[in-house]
Each structure stands twice: as structure tokens, then as C-alpha cells.
Write a protein that binds this ligand. Structure first.
Ligand code: PLP
Length: 356
């Protein structure tokens, strides 16, 4: 059987969840499990995250999957509903909405009695400069006042555009958030993703919303997961299916982009872009064989790659780690000109998945 495998380490996931608790001891935790738990498989991740105060998802379908799996934790729809006809289902399954535009406000108010009776909070999104979703100042203050007057419990929510970097917009976003919070006092508040949880303890408030850190990848370009004391959750591995000795001048793979400079042993590994392993590289890329990093050579095919195993004790059947504990997904992403988030989320269904 083809051995392309995604292994989910639930102990590592729990460890990372406990890191959030350690960093934000007084805040409630909304674990972000959207996009199939960042590609890890929601059904494999929820048990390790069961202590979460809530789960954050991007749409009703993702929320309903959590209910189908039997979890009764609060759920927040971080983009709210997409049409009025989703409201009855939201209420029936006890799912909390963000509202970020006037129509969502109207749909919510039309279901006011049932929504409030279910004990659901409404998350009201501030657009403080990211210009993705949200009401701007000063409109948001009127929206929140109206909702509070009607008996809704509100959470003021915001998302940083640059929490992972020093950027002038950070100060503007913080100051607008604090301004709205003060104007709407008392109000629950939430503005921290993973990077902000690490950087700004003073902004943890009532709810933090960790995503990438739970999965053991770094939100920062200049700090890896070891420095952040997080553990990689996904191990993506495959198997050596052929070993070849090639001589100086011989070439490898599609496009013959790699030419050997001396005699070398290469291994063919049964993994490719058909599994979600990226094809385009800006920098040399590596895999780990028996914990040792070794280069990928030539082009990535749909089902195979070639790696240099000269001098390594590699045999047919040896396991190769594409990313995991030895080769960090963030390092593969950097070589690929992207971020760990994207590589994790775009895994295909072909590799077998199992839970540790
Ligand atoms: C609104 C919101 N909150 C929190 C997160 C979690 O972010 P991160 O994965 O960087 O922790 C996201 C992710 O995109 C988000 O959209």
C-alpha cells in the first residue's frame, strides 16, 4: 500500500492548547478549527481541544460538522451567516454569529427572541483598518448600543492585519478597539489571534482566538515553533520506493533541472503535489530521513520526488518526513514562498490520515 501518511499528534495538540492557557490564563479560548482544523481534520482534533470554551469556524457547514461529531461547546461563525435562511439553523444548533454588515444585523434582529432565548452572544466586528470585514467607527458604537438595548449580549471583535509584525497599523487598530470598548462599556471583547496572544497580553480580554499556534506552526516569520515552545501536530511522511545510483552529469526528473556533480545515491519517495506537497520552490528544499535533513532534487512530480541519500543509511521502505518534528512545515513554506498555514490547509485527501 502507498505509504503517504498524515499523522496527527493529539498530545502535541493538547500541549499547544495548554500553551494558550498558560499565555492567556484569564481569557476564554475560541479554538479556531475552520478549514477542517487548518487541514488537520476536524474529527481528529476536537477531542484534544475539548476544553475549548468555543470553536471558531468560517461557515455554517463547518459548525454543523462539529455538532454532528457530538460537541456541545459554543461555536462562533467568524464571518457570520451568508444569507437570512441560515438563521433558523444557527439558532436550532446553538451557534453564535459575528455580524459585520447591516443586512446581517437585520437578519439577526428578525430572529431576536429565539436567538436570545438560546443564550447566544452576538459578536460585532470592528473594521479598524484591515478593511476585510466589520463596521467602522463611529457606526459600530450605534450598532452595539442598539443590540444591547434590545437585550443582546455582545462581544466586540476585531482582527489584526499585522499582529505578526511591527507595523504602524497595529497602533491604529489597538486604539480604535480600545475606543469602542470604552464607549460600549461594559462589553465582552476579543481581538487576539496566535501572534497577538504572544505579543500583547494586555489585549487578551475575554476571549482569545488561537489558530495556527494550536497546530504547532509559527505565526511569526522570524521565530520558529521551538522558540515559541510549541509542538508540531502534523507529521507528513512517505516511503522510499526506489534507490538509484547516478553518475556525474546524469539528470533527474521532469525538465531535467538537476544534474549530478558526482556519483550519488538518490531515493525516489512516493509523494508529490497530488498529495499536497508543493511543487514550486524559490529556495532549496529538504526532507528528513532518520531525523537527518537531506535535499529534494529535481522537480516535484504528482506522485513522486527524488531526494539525495548519498551517505545515509536509507533503504527501500525507509520513512521520509516531508514536514513534522524534524523538518518544520514553516521551513518548507519559506522555501516555497508561502506560509505554513497554506501548506497545512491545502493537503489533499489522498494521504492516509491517522491519529496518534
Ligand atoms: C477572525 C480570526 N480570528 C482568529 C484567527 C486565527 O488566526 P491565527 O491562525 O493566526 O492564530 C483567524 C484566522 O484567520 C481569524 O480569521
Amino acid at each position: 500500500m502507498r505509504q503517504a501518511t498524515i499523522c496527527i499528534d493529539s498530545t502535541a495538540l493538547q500541549y499547544n492548547f495548554n500553551r494558550v492557557k498558560q499565555l492567556a490564563p484569564t481569557a476564554k479560548i475560541v479554538s479556531m478549527v475552520k478549514a477542517n482544523a487548518y487541514g488537520h481534520g476536524v474529527k481528529h482534533c476536537l477531542a484534544a481541544l475539548a476544553e475549548s470554551d468555543a470553536f471558531g469556524v468560517a461557515c455554517l457547514e463547518e459548525a454543523l460538522e462539529i455538532r454532528t461529531l457530538g460537541y456541545q461547546n459554543d461555536i462562533t461563525l467568524i464571518e457570520g451567516v451568508f444569507s437570512a435562511d441560515e438563521m433558523p439553523s444557527v439558532i436550532e444548533h446553538s451557534i453564535e454569529c459575528i455580524i459585520h454588515h447591516q443586512q446581517q444585523l437585520d437578519w439577526l434582529r428578525a430572529h431576536k427572541t429565539a436567538y436570545i432565548a438560546q443564550g447566544l452572544k452576538v459578536w460585532v466586528k470592528l473594521n479598524s483598518g484591515m478593511n476585510r470585514l466589520g463596521f467602522k467607527l463611529p457606526e459600530i458604537i450605534d450598532v452595539i448600543q442598539l443590540l444591547k438595548n434590545e437585550g443582546f449580549t455582545c462581544v466586540l471583535a476585531m482582527h489584526f492585519a499585522n499582529a505578526d509584525a511591527d507595523h504602524p497599523l497595529n497602533e491604529q487598530q489597538k486604539s480604535q478597539f480600545l475606543q469602542v470598548k470604552a464607549a460600549c462599556d461594559p462589553i465582552l471583547a476579543s481581538c487576539c489571534n496566535s501572534a497577538a496572544i504572544f505579543k500583547w497580553p494586555e489585549l487578551h480580554f475575554d476571549y482569545v482566538r488561537p489558530g495556527i499556534m494550536l497546530y504547532g506552526a509559527s505565526p511569526f516569520a522570524d521565530q520558529n515553533v521551538h522558540a515559541l515552545d510549541l509542538k508540531p501536530v502534523m507529521s507528513f511522511t512517505a516511503q522510499i520506493i526506489a534507490l538509484n545510483t547516478i553518475q556525474a552529469g546524469e539528470q533527474v526528473g521532469y525538465g531535467s533541472t538537476f544534474t549530478a556533480e558526482q556519483t550519488m545515491t538518490i531515493a525516489i519517495v512516493s509523494i508529490g503535489y497530488g498529495d499536497g506537497y508543493p511543487r514550486a520552490y524559490l529556495q532549496p528544499n529538504f526532507v528528513a530521513v532518520q531525523g537527518q535533513l537531506t535535499p529534494v532534487i529535481g522537480r516535484v512530480s504528482m506522485d513522486m520526488i527524488a531526494i539525495d541519500v548519498t551517505g545515509l543509511d536509507a533503504t527501500l521502505d525507509s520513512e521520509v518526513e516531508l514536514w513534522g518534528k524534524h523538518r518544520l512545515v514553516d521551513d518548507v513554506a519559506t522555501a516555497n514562498g508561502t506560509i505554513g498555514y497554506e501548506l497545512l490547509c491545502r493537503m489533499t485527501t489522498r494521504p492516509r490520515r491517522h491519529l496518534l
